[in-house]
Design a protein around this ligand. Structure first.
Ligand SMILES: *Cc1c(COP(=O)(O)O)cnc(C)c1O
Length: 484
């Protein structure tokens, strides 16, 4: 089993190499054929989260032996605050898949608790003795989850770039207080797309040396995507065990989407045999994906909105490239052409037949901040369940499609509401204290829900990172860290 670049099938790599490199040498993303890696639903149903993780990862990363994977998986998911890792909550007509019980309180933990082990394992398998510099652009949550995962991991360093004004105050505090001898955090004067483009350019501009090589903790790395497939299976299995569905009955998933990584993992799960009905792509006011999935035209030339769901403030969704590849049956030349058009002209349009294929699986929708806030308030008042703003976007879009969704629907909940306490308080119609930690406390008193320990502790931690750079300075910033 080999991976290859989405832009050139001939550029192949074994799984370990794909994980270690992060991105293909031609700028494409590593991809395999998930339909060739089927899992047996009946077998999966017997497994708990870690056993499912083993099954999924053995399929996608076959050059890692089961003996190598097992301790990695146990160590990674042992850090979660619930034994189920990703529990399902029944809320109104939906099942809410809580993905935020990891060390940094967002769904990124499911993949980023494991990725450092996968990268270290890849180095062992490949006999790679160089230092790995992990580059990360973050819209808020990847940064902290990656910092926490890679801190003080031998022979690695991690560099995180976040948009100076594009993350929540709590998200920022999580990153700038990060301890560790191998971590760098810099604010970039620009938005997430600037940071992500900068990172991709650094990959192209900085050749790997014998001493140091680049990798990525973004969902362009297949090692990020693979672990996210696990919880789609786990959610389905939970519904079966609860007697809510029969094993062959399809389940719909509504996914708050930014870089298209999370929802693509759902598509992988479907290709690998999970009974999936529709995958619903939910966007905030940055509705580039809603337009694309409705019209077949991807156009990033539009206003960029800063919203209360900042981790979805993205106009260039990297992982869509992988979907185009898979849904077109591996048309690498087409993908290369579209990506070239996107970078040169800012837009592309796909063939109507391909759009039709996508629309058979994907539904889409979007909502603005006003509607997001309304949903947070309604769900709190009616169900006594507190949604974070990203999850509220997904809930709203699920409601938009209520009549089209047959069978049970799972809403993916991607972050703890406490990461966005001021926005959530405002949504509940409360006055918002100046200080984000006071807002957390007030939210706690109001709702009698618990503040997750890693967030409660933040207020007392010293600020360790103050770098703030222009986007043009990103390359120099990384180069000096590679030499250091
Ligand atoms: C990253 C993130 C998303 C978007 O996930 P993608 O994989 O980028 O589509 C949604 N919600 C939260 C809270 C996130 O951190």
């Amino acid at each position: 089993m080999q991976y290859n670049s989405t832009r050139n099938r001939k550029l192949t790599a074994a799984a370990a190499e794909a994980v270690l490199r992060g991105i293909a040498p031609d700028g494409g993303l590593y991809i395999c054929d998930p339909a060739a890696l089927p899992l047996e639903p009946g077998e999966m149903l017997k497994k708990d989260f870690t056993e499912m993780a083993e099954a999924v990862l053995e399929r996608l990363l076959p050059d890692y032996s089961a003996e190598l994977l097992r301790p990695m998986i146990r160590a990674a998911y042992g850090k979660f605050r619930t034994p189920e890792v990703t529990p399902l909550a029944a809320v109104g007509d939906y099942a809410v898949l809580e993905l935020f019980h990891g060390p940094t309180c967002a769904f990124k933990d499911v993949a980023l608790s494991l990725l450092p082990y996968l990268i270290t394992g890849a180095k062992k398998l490949l006999g790679d003795k160089s230092r790995t510099v992990v580059l990360t652009a973050t819209s808020g949550d990847t940064g902290k989850a990656a910092l926490e995962g890679f801190r003080d991991v031998p022979e690695t360093a991690i560099v995180v770039f976040y948009p100076e004004e594009g993350v929540s105050e709590i998200q920022r505090r999580q990153m700038v207080t990060q301890p560790g001898g191998n971590v760098w955090v810099a604010a970039v004067k620009g938005n997430f797309d600037d940071a992500q483009t900068g990172v991709k350019e650094i990959f192209a501009a900085l050749p790997n040396t014998r001493k140091a090589a680049l990798s990525s903790a973004n969902s362009i790395n297949i090692g990020r995507l693979a672990p996210q497939i696990i919880y789609y299976w786990h959610a389905w299995a939970s519904l079966c065990r609860q007697g809510k569905i029969l094993p062959q009955e399809p389940v719909n998933f509504v996914v708050p989407t930014g870089n298209f990584g999370d929802i693509l993992a759902g598509y992988f799960a479907k290709c690998m045999g999970l009974p999936v009905g529709r995958l619903v792509c939910a966007s905030n006011a940055n509705d580039v994906l809603t337009d694309f999935l409705s019209t077949g035209r991807y156009d990033r030339r539009r206003p960029f909105y800063k919203t209360i769901s900042p981790s979805m403030d993205i106009l260039v969704s990297s992982n869509l490239e992988r979907l185009l590849y898979l849904a077109s049956g591996g048309d690498d030349a087409m993908v290369a052409q579209k990506m070239k058009e996107l970078s040169q002209h800012g837009f592309y349009e796909i063939d109507p037949a391909l759009l039709n294929t996508l629309q058979q699986t994907f539904l889409c929708g979007c909502c603005d901040d006003g509607k997001t806030a309304e949903t947070i308030r309604e769900v709190w008042e009616q169900e006594h369940y507190l949604l974070d703003p990203h999850t509220a976007v997904a809930w709203t879009v699920a409601e938009q499609h209520r009549s089209k969704l047959r069978g049970p629907t799972v809403v993916l909940s991607t972050a703890s509401p406490y990461k966005f306490a001021p926005a959530v308080l405002a949504a509940l119609g409360e006055n918002v204290p100046e200080n984000a930690f006071d807002a957390m406390e007030k939210l706690h008193e109001l709702t009698e829900t618990d503040i997750p320990a890693p967030l409660a502790e933040l207020a007392g931690l010293p600020v360790r990172h103050r770098d703030c750079i222009a986007k043009e300075e990103m390359l120099t910033y990384v180069r000096s860290r590679m030499e250091g």
